[in-house]
Design a protein around this ligand. Structure first.
Ligand SMILES: Nc1ncnc2c1ncn2[C@@H]1O[C@H](COP(=O)(O)OP(=O)(O)OP(=O)(O)O)[C@@H](O)[C@H]1O
Length: 624
């Protein structure tokens, strides 16, 4: 340690500020390191301490501040305005002023120039603090520290709410809205006791009376407050959530201040900026256009409201909050049509034309477009299936009223995100999926489905279907190995998680179409599905664009009828209403070509650009 002591002795303590502290520290670290080698007690600890990044950063900050103090700008003249006045009077005294003298005179007489020089003097003399009168000497010991807050009212609200303590009659600032006028002033805080507003004592007044005083005051508003001593700290920052329900403060009698409330729709992304109140959070809607936050119920409060609402209603949720628990008639189709077509389908199925289904592009077979799989889906939606069918799951049971989300950017070496298309039957989900795969079969692929139906002569195992026994299929069902499955006419059909993973593992973008009930199976950390909703265009446009299109009705094709369009529109509305919160992207399927182009662009963005995903997909396993 001796050399270090010597080094330290050489440093003049008065000039430490001017020395390069980091340099000194590195000398000390070197000395301590040498001492560690010589095993001197305590040097390990000291060595560790001196090497800590925070100490190094602190010293760097210190040095920067010193440098700033040394190099900070100083005024060239302390009294530029005074000098200007002298010059002006000299110029005025000139009997025959030259052109330059006249120009200088005009320049210095300019109000802007005078204001600039005066500002220069104020800054130069650091003369911007108000001169406070001396404190009276006879202050009582128990005198409360008051703060006088002046705010200039513009068109914005003040951004603070007040409450009355019913026991004492005192008025308190209940809440300061994040980003509002009061918050930006930094002078008013929740818990501050209000003593006067514009000179009116407020003790014992009703909050409404105080609001009236505020409403009638123009320009500057002056508050006299006793500041809160222990301010609660909002330590939970950077929380982003996706709303899973709709909320309207104007229809919520429980909100403390309707005007401060913020309405949101399911699927909206919210940044929670303040969670100090366990019941009412403050949030901003993303993308954010306003600086001011709004009041929303906290997660536990909203859960409670949902429960209360659920019990108070005969299972309709469209007033204050709409939930998604009612979905039993989703995608229902006309039972009579199904029953009449069923027999026909039985015989037609046997006549399935190989060419219709054995589509292949570039030698790659396009699996998963078989009619029986899709028909089985319609049957399931209609509720006419039996046996193993997984019950439709309620989307609100998948998550709470808010789902925490984070920004996720897929690493180029990671497998692609699964692309799941969703839309009302007949809107063109299959057509778009087929087109995408046909255009670029080396990039996009669908998984080969599984079935328990017997293989037909022209079919090859693992090409049209993976053929399984019923036992094998049921075993997979019980092990949750299916993204979705269903039963039709005694045969089971399904898409397994493993076939999807196989496509992804082969480096391709797996593109599937799903029913709403399969949303939970694909929104998983391993598949990270990006859900694209294929939305029907407005009726007139739908009719116009489908003039030459055929609707596939189980065993036959026919032109679209008006009823088909109404059905698609209605089913689409219900799907959006119930599942809109899960849509990552929406494509209106108007023109086929343009929809396809937009779909391709959306898929590219999903793979290459940062997206909001559930935080549970990204957090380490132990945290989820
Ligand atoms: N944008 C479009 N313009 C014109 N015709 C379209 C468009 N999109 C789809 N179609 C046609 O509409 C019909 C139904 O499309 P598709 O079979 O893809 O519907 P779907 O949503 O997959 O429904 P399902 O699952 O019941 O078959 C097809 O004949 C298809 O060619």
């Amino acid at each position: 340690m001796k050399p270090a002591m010597e080094n330290r002795a050489k440093v003049d303590p008065l000039s430490v500020e001017d020395e390069d502290l980091v340099q000194i520290l590195s000398h000390v670290v070197q000395e301590v390191k040498d001492s560690v080698g010589r095993d001197i007690n305590g040097t390990y600890v000291l060595h560790g301490l001196l090497n800590t990044p925070w100490l190094q950063s602190l010293l760097k900050v210190y040095e920067c501040l010193q440098q700033y103090l040394r190099n900070s700008a100083t005024p060239y003249l302390p009294y530029a305005s005074g000098l200007t006045l002298e010059i002006l009077s000299d110029l005025r005294a000139l009997p025959y002023p030259s052109y330059e003298a006249r120009e200088l005179y005009c320049l210095l007489m300019e109000p802007h120039m005078q204001a600039l020089l005066s500002a220069h003097d104020v800054v130069g003399l650091k003369d911007y603090e108000p001169v406070l009168p001396p404190l009276p000497e006879d202050l009582a010991n128990n005198e409360e520290a008051m703060r006088i807050v002046c705010m200039v009212k513009n068109n914005q609200p003040l951004g603070a709410t007040i409450r009355r303590d019913e026991m004492t009659g005192e008025i308190y600032v209940a809440r300061v809205i994040h980003g509002g006028l009061a918050d930006r002033s930094g002078l008013l805080h929740a818990g501050d006791r209000l003593v006067e507003v514009n000179g009116h004592p407020v003790f014992g007044l009703e909050p409404e009376q105080i609001i009236k005083i505020l409403a009638h005051s123009h320009g500057t508003v002056m508050f006299k407050v006793v500041p809160i001593t222990d301010r609660p700290i909002n330590n939970k920052t950077m929380l982003f959530v996706r709303a899973m329900v709709d909320y309207n403060p104007h229809q919520d009698p429980g909100i403390p201040c309707v005007d401060a409330g913020m309405a949101f729709r399911k699927g909206n992304l919210l940044e929670i900026v303040d969670q100090t109140d366990a019941l009412w959070w403050q949030a901003k809607k993303l993308p954010c256009s306003s600086t001011c936050a709004g009041l929303i119920p906290s997660a536990c409060m909203l859960k409670r409201k949902l429960k209360e609402f659920w019990w108070s209603q005969p299972h309709t949720c469209n007033k204050i909050l709409s939930t998604v628990d009612e979905e039993d008639d989703m995608m229902a189709i006309d039972v009579s049509i199904v029953e009449t077509d069923e027999e026909a389908f039985e015989s037609e199925e046997l006549k399935e034309d190989e060419s219709e289904f054995s589509t292949s592009v570039d030698g790659i077979y396009l699996a998963g477009f078989r009619r029986s799989l899709r028909v089985c889906r319609r049957r399931r939606a209609q509720g006419g299936v039996s046996g193993l069918i997984r019950p439709l799951c309620c989307s609100s049971s998948l998550t709470g009223p808010y789902e925490e989300v984070v920004r996720y950017q897929r690493h180029p070496e990671d497998t692609h995100r699964l692309i799941a298309l969703l839309g009302p039957s007949g809107v063109g989900v299959n057509e778009l999926r087929r087109k995408l795969i046909e255009i670029n079969p080396r990039t996009f692929l669908g998984p080969t489905p599984h079935t328990t139906r017997p293989r037909k002569m022209y079919e090859e195992p693992r090409r049209e279907y993976h053929f399984l026994s019923r036992d094998q299929f049921e075993n997979m069902v019980h092990n949750n190995r299916f993204v979705e499955y269903g039963e039709f006419r005694g045969h089971l059909y399904g898409t397994s998680v493993d076939t999807v993973k196989d496509v992804l593992a082969a480096g391709k973008i797996c593109i599937i179409d799903i029913d709403p009930y399969a949303i939970a199976s694909v929104r998983t950390p391993e598949l990270k599905a990006y859900i694209i909703y294929i939305k029907p265009p407005p009726l007139a446009q739908m009719k116009r664009t489908r003039i030459n299109a055929q609707v596939t009705n189980y065993c036959s094709s026919r032109p679209f009828k008006d009823e088909d369009f109404y059905e698609i529109e209605e089913a689409g509305c219900r799907m959006e209403q119930h599942y809109g919160q899960f849509f990552d992207h929406v494509i209106v399927n108007d023109g086929l070509q343009s929809s396809c182009v937009r779909l391709m662009a959306a898929v590219r963005r999903a793979q290459e650009e940062p997206q909001w995903v559930p935080a549970s997909w990204i957090k380490p396993a132990e945290e989820t």
